[in-house]
Design a protein around this ligand. Sequence first.
Ligand SMILES: Nc1ncnc2c1ncn2[C@@H]1O[C@H](COP(=O)(O)OP(=O)(O)OP(=O)(O)O)[C@@H](O)[C@H]1O
Ligand SMILES: O=P(O)(O)OC[C@H]1O[C@H](OP(=O)(O)OP(=O)(O)O)[C@H](O)[C@@H]1O
Length: 207
Amino acid sequence: MTQLTIAMPKGRIFEEAYEMLLEAGFNLPEEVEMSRKLMIEIPEENISFILAKPMDVPVYVEHGVADIGIAGKDVLLEQRRTVHELLDLKISECYIASAGLPNTTINEIAPRIATKYPNIAMKYYKGIGEQVEIIELNGSIELAPMIGLADRIVDIVSTGRTLKENGLVEYEHIAEVSSRLIANPVSYRMKSDRIQDLVTRLKKCVK
Ligand SMILES: Nc1ncnc2c1ncn2[C@@H]1O[C@H](COP(=O)(O)OP(=O)(O)OP(=O)(O)O)[C@@H](O)[C@H]1O
Ligand SMILES: O=P(O)(O)OC[C@H]1O[C@H](OP(=O)(O)OP(=O)(O)O)[C@H](O)[C@@H]1O
């Protein structure tokens, strides 16, 4: 059986992805989540799992050190890497939106947009003809309008709770997000039988 390496995101997506793989019949060890191990082998399937930061999954897959990966559509839109998107797993669903303080307009010369998605934000505002200044942050994005760092944020919204609790309102819906199964293009050709089998098994578990 051809060896297959799968890059799995740690953090928020992990649990749902793990459940899906179990349901698809992959015999993942129970202690994975609790352990600090970054590589897990399933010898009977000849599969290795790499546990990666969500933003790094497409990097491993593009470079071919992982044949397959699971990545949020937000990360794929932001990084535009050379990988094949094989399947929408419909897990970790949320969306990207712009938000800000209520009743504010962005009619300045160069409104400031705080985000951890500079490419998505830039493309969006360019598309609507707004010239903006992007302020790149790594988290707690919702702070930016509250403390006067930015006029708008571009960030993930799921339940809307973070916006609400920080007194922000949503302005524009930018893109739908869910987790996707991605593949390295060379692996996809060279290991097509194994990858197709994985896709078929996972497809049956998409809710
Ligand atoms: N609130 C949310 N609800 C549902 N899915 C989300 C939410 N926030 C992010 N996601 C999805 O989960 C993915 C991983 O998010 P997670 O918060 O685990 O990692 P991260 O933001 O890269 O951060 P960290 O640096 O905290 O590891 C995102 O790329 C996105 O697709
Ligand atoms: O609409 P909600 O359900 O409130 O979810 C949205 C929040 O979830 C994510 O943050 P995360 O928890 O990953 O923290 P971060 O600020 O470190 O990115 C995202 O960046 C939002 O802040």
